[in-house]
Design a protein around this ligand. Structure first.
Ligand code: GLN
Length: 311
């Protein structure tokens, strides 16, 4: 395994990659079921790589904020594990689902215990555990506070319009929350948990900010010490096996890095001990993961030799 390219070589690679992807004919389709996201122009791209020593190397629209959506689930999970530790696993599993992010199929078969914390059902339970009978603002400020501390950047906020847009049309999430409640795996009123969940998904960040926040999972020596090495390792394992829903196997095959996607088109990736990487391109593939972002991730992994399965 190599330690990766020099800063200059990496910068040149990212600049060239951005130019090449810009000529891309097929950008995929932005998430249509959240009206506020459906309107985002698909032909956009950004990539940021946060390295040890505080350096962030970027290309494309790395100053543009986008809705992090399901990438937030990794940070909520970190907050909940910090609060209640392994108790969470009584309510949520740790196995890949092989089903789409918003599927209800397994929930019925498995008595309301979601397969993992990254599919929507599992993330709703995780948010419910963070809420823990408190006002939603307290849970949300815990997540935002975590992101601000991890990225060492206070300028991270929620796009209320995106949350409101999802609140109006989140029929499947309402179904999942009610189904969980019927199995007594939701401890707060469904509308309170869902409201909190929609707002955490509506956090807006740039790829620079997201890459910096992900350093806590990459174990970079100068990253803020917010979670233990053991916890980071376990969260990374979940990202590798479940972070891309029914596209997780393909992502491991093509990229070989733990990663978490969101329907806003963002992907956070972790190269343990080396880097934290964020890509963004709002057009999605058939799994609901960023189409051009995934392609960029494959190219970056090949160039750097950072796949956890060997260079
Ligand atoms: N807020 C979105 C939803 O609940 C998140 C899904 C995603 O990013 N995959 O449907």
């Amino acid at each position: 395994m190599t330690d990766g390219p020099s800063h200059d070589d990496l910068q040149d690679f990212l600049t060239d990659l951005d130019a090449e992807l810009r000529a891309e004919a097929d950008w995929g389709t932005p998430a249509g079921y959240i009206p506020e996201l459906a309107d985002v122009a698909p032909d956009q791209f950004a990539i940021s790589v946060a390295l040890a020593g505080g350096r962030v190397i970027s290309a494309g629209a790395h100053d543009t904020r986008f809705s992090i959506q399901s990438v937030s689930k990794v940070f909520t999970l970190a907050c909940v594990l910090g609060r209640i530790g392994d108790q969470l696993w009584r309510r949520v599993g740790r196995e890949p689902s092989g089903t789409s992010f918003d599927s209800i199929v397994l929930l019925e078969r498995e008595q309301g215990r979601p397969r993992n914390p990254f599919i929507n059902a599992g993330a709703i339970v995780t948010t419910d555990a963070l809420l823990d009978g408190r006002m939603p603002n307290l849970a949300l400020s815990e997540i935002i506070g975590f992101l601000r501390a991890a990225s060492e950047d206070a300028d991270i906020h929620i796009y209320a319009a995106v949350a409101a847009s999802e609140e109006r049309t989140g029929y499947r999430n309402v179904a999942l929350a009610n189904y969980l409640a019927s199995h007594k795996n939701l401890f707060n009123p469904p509308e309170l948990t869902l409201g909190t969940y929609y707002h955490q998904c509506a956090i807006a960040m740039t790829t620079d900010q997201l890459a910096r926040a992900g350093r806590v999972f990459a174990g970079l020596p100068d990253a803020p010490r917010m979670i233990s090495t053991e916890r980071a390792r376990r969260i990374n394992a979940l990202m590798m096996t479940c972070g891309h829903y029914d596209g997780s196997g393909e992502f491991a095959f093509g990229v070989g890095l733990p990663g978490k996607s969101g329907v806003g088109g963002g992907i956070l990736m972790v190269a343990p001990g080396r880097a934290s990487i964020a890509v963004w391109s709002p057009g999605l593939n058939r799994y609901g993961n960023s189409q051009v972002g995934t392609r960029a991730a494959e190219r970056l992994a090949r160039f750097t030799g950072w796949s956890v399965f060997g260079g």
